[in-house]
Design a protein around this ligand. Structure first.
Ligand SMILES: [Zn+2]
Length: 291
């Protein structure tokens, strides 16, 4: 795999304008269609502003509008630097580390952190093949019983292709009416798909949904016997939990989904031929929901 180092970053993005220019080109790959002139026209950057102006009528366009950079006073280069940092470490980086690296306030670091994670939330195509489905509890202090009584813990459902991609989702509970629709939404129901779960009764109806279903008997300690295991999913859980413990210390239930998205983003891109930062750069012009 090719690498993309901080040296590469400094060369590609030496200034705020270089970042803005990148964003401009990513957003308008075929040029800007001027509403007033009713055609694609050349636009020139206006000095000291994050806008470009039509060569004929002077109408403005702002490449940052609607993106994660919308109305931010933080220099664009700091944003790009944050993306570089967040994409370049395996376990991720905390908002606190961003604060130090970028030399911004914690509040700003936290906002950047959250916005960049939005870019990391991506739509993964429905999973297929051998798909492990499992749930785990994250957060809280007590070891609660499964299904109920896990006080202060948040339930997370995972669906993971062996050797492929993963989807994780915070769910309200582990009841069948919660878990089964998630499977139907995210896993292809074609001939070769086999779903692996443990013996949680909520999964009893998986076969009735039209999937092949293999059950791992955790209680009988059979989880490594043959192909019936959910080890891939369990490995993902431990990476996620290690990341939360080691890097972020704790995560509120409210923010857990976006943490999951950034971990799973890295997981799903682990075999990419090109550096993750470049994949993330492909997303910069995406219009996101502003918060
Ligand atoms: Zn114009």
């Amino acid at each position: 795999m090719k690498t993309y180092t901080i040296k590469n970053f400094n060369e590609q993005f030496p200034t705020d304008d270089a970042c803005l220019d990148f964003l401009f080109k990513a957003r308008y790959p075929k040029g800007v269609y001027c509403q007033k002139c009713q055609k694609i026209t050349t636009h020139y950057k206006i000095a000291n502003r994050k806008v470009y102006s039509c060569e004929f009528c002077g109408s403005h366009v702002s490449p940052t509008a609607g993106t994660i950079f919308h109305k931010s006073y933080t220099p664009l280069r700091s944003w790009f630097h944050a993306m570089f940092l967040m994409a370049s470490t395996k376990t991720g980086i905390s908002a606190k580390q961003l604060e130090r690296e970028l030399g911004v306030t914690y509040k700003t670091a936290w906002r950047i952190f959250g916005q960049v994670r939005k870019l990391m939330a991506e739509n993964v195509n429905p999973l297929s093949g051998k798909v492990e489905v499992d749930e785990t509890y994250i957060g809280g202090k007590r070891h609660g019983k499964r299904g109920r009584g896990a006080l202060g813990k948040t339930v997370v459902m995972g669906m993971v292709e062996r050797d492929g991609k993963a989807i994780t989702q915070v769910v309200p509970n582990v009841q069948a009416r919660t878990l089964l629709p998630m499977i139907e939404r995210n896993v292809e129901r074609e001939n070769k798909t086999i779903i692996f779960t443990d013996e949680l009764p909520s999964y009893n109806q998986v076969e009735r949904l039209g999937y092949a279903h293999r059950i791992v008997q955790h209680s009988a300690k059979q989880y490594v016997s043959g192909i019936a295991h959910v080890n891939t999913c369990e490995a993902l859980w431990s990476t996620i939990k290690r990341g939360i413990d080691g890097v972020n210390h704790s995560v509120s239930p409210l923010h857990l989904q976006s943490y999951l998205d950034s971990y799973v983003y890295r997981y799903n891109h682990r075999k990419d031929e090109h550096p993750m930062f470049l994949s993330l750069l492909n997303q910069v012009s995406r219009v996101v929901q502003i918060s």
